[in-house]
Design a protein around this ligand. Sequence first.
Ligand code: OXD
Ligand code: MN
Length: 600
Amino acid sequence: MIPTNNQKLINWVKDIQAMCAPDSVVWCDGTKAEYDQMIKIVVDGKLAKPLKKRPNSYLFRSDASDVARVENRTYIASKRKEDAGPTNNWVDPIELKETMKSLYTGCMKGRVMYVIPFSMGPIGSPIAKIGVEITDSPYVVANMHIMTRVGGRVLEVLGDKGEFIPCLHSVGKPLLSCQDDNGQWPCAPLDKKYISHFPDDRSIWSYGSGYGGNALLGKKCLALRIASAQAKDEGWLAEHMLILKVTNPEGKSKYIAAAFPSACGKTNLAMLVPTIPGWKVETVGDDIAWMKYGSDGKLYAINPEAGFFGVAPGTSMDSNPNAMHTIEKNTIFTNVALTEDGDVWWEGIGYDAPGTLIDWNGKEWIQDKENKGQKPAAHPNSRFTTPAAQCPSIASNFEDPAGVPIDAILFGGRRPSTIPLVHQSRNWNHGVFMGSIVGSEITAAALDLKAGTIRRDPFAMLPFCGYHMGDYFAHWIKVGTKSTPDKQPKFFFVNWFRKTKEGKWLWPGYGDNSRVLKWIFERCDGVGKAVETPIGFMPTLDAIDRPESVSAQDMQELLSLDKDGWKKELADVRSEHYPKFGSKLPKELHAQLDDIEKNL
Ligand code: OXD
Ligand code: MN
């Protein structure tokens, strides 16, 4: 039975069914029974293994061509090419739909087509949005159960006439009669994968990948690429930012949103355990923030997601105990290694591999403690999908439909040199400038980029902005004019990743980052000690509690202004980075660049 009277939805589902030709159609209700049924299908089909050591947890291994987001197969198909901008792949939407329709035709043969009504954000929140994902992957259904709010309540809120964002997904592997996947992760070859966004009609078509952000369409596709385009039109912000709550020993709380490029420790920061006594950090979100001004002129943020899709390698009881406790149960693991006793293991989990493992390729793997060149047992972009509500540090108000008031916005990236531990912007536009020049050393979250080099990733949105980045900067400048500085968040730039010339970390990071959060907290209250420099406000040497492991000399280095480095940085922004945005680059950002260069 069709559980909705929303004619637009009914018609869309019928059209897709006719095109994709599945064996049957199932409307998802979001219940535990449904989740269990999805798991039974994949376990029976040998696509997943139950983990003996973790209740209700399963391990999947994907195909080697399907292990990360595929940025060179990701398209922003706006009607006009100039609306997608120079940093997105563009194809004419009519042409792209033609190409994809021929791929979609008959693509679900032998499979079940699932219709997943989901809400990004607490169901019914004025900031939330409804999407409906059609998929032929039970893995996607199960992951969507964790990452979004799925089910009947969503259809109730949608009602007969409500708007939804249609998200079409297929793994792109039809089955011949009586065939099954034979235990092989289904997907299409790389050159047949398409992750397509149509910002003008606000729809998403994904084909050929079953992995993460390519397939769980609520996350990067809806909550960032489509939502950012919608936010520009409607005057709000859809950002690649974590949200955390920090509380001082007196019990006063502030909320911080922070943008870091992929694989810079956002999940770790969102779940940080402070090393300074009396301070507390709680998690509101680890990846995405939707922010709107309230009637009081403050910017309120919600986390549109309901779960964490976190990178496993490097997650340990030292780096992120809260994540480790979150994933003790009810968790889907993808592409991590399997131990003999039915547990998971990955590089950087904090202990040696216990015995012979099965690596992410399904092969036996014995740790070679001498050989640094050994191929990893867990794929560097292997993941856990786990419910946010299970996180020990989750803030009690993380589902508040009104959102949380944002006091500070942080930018950061992996920068071995030049960028100090922390500095603060002079004003809103200077903050937008900071966001516009974010850059990071490349790691493993995207398949098609070279590791080790620095790529500029403005606002950490380069792979996620659904329109022209120049227009995006202009949108931020405009949002800044809609309230007053006393009510608006303050902007900071942080860098946990400074190294000495010999390649040694200068800053311990992780829990000790709470020392920087404390200074940020105090700056928001107008009390933290700072000096004004050409790049903004920097903490005085005694303003940040120094961890025991950091020498006074290293602290000095972390907090000093590297004038020559900054001159090179700004020259690069002027000659390489900003020209990419052409005439769409707001004059306000040029003015910031001129000012800072002059003052240096
Ligand atoms: C992510 C990413 O998966 O940013 O969150 O790549
Ligand atoms: Mn992300």
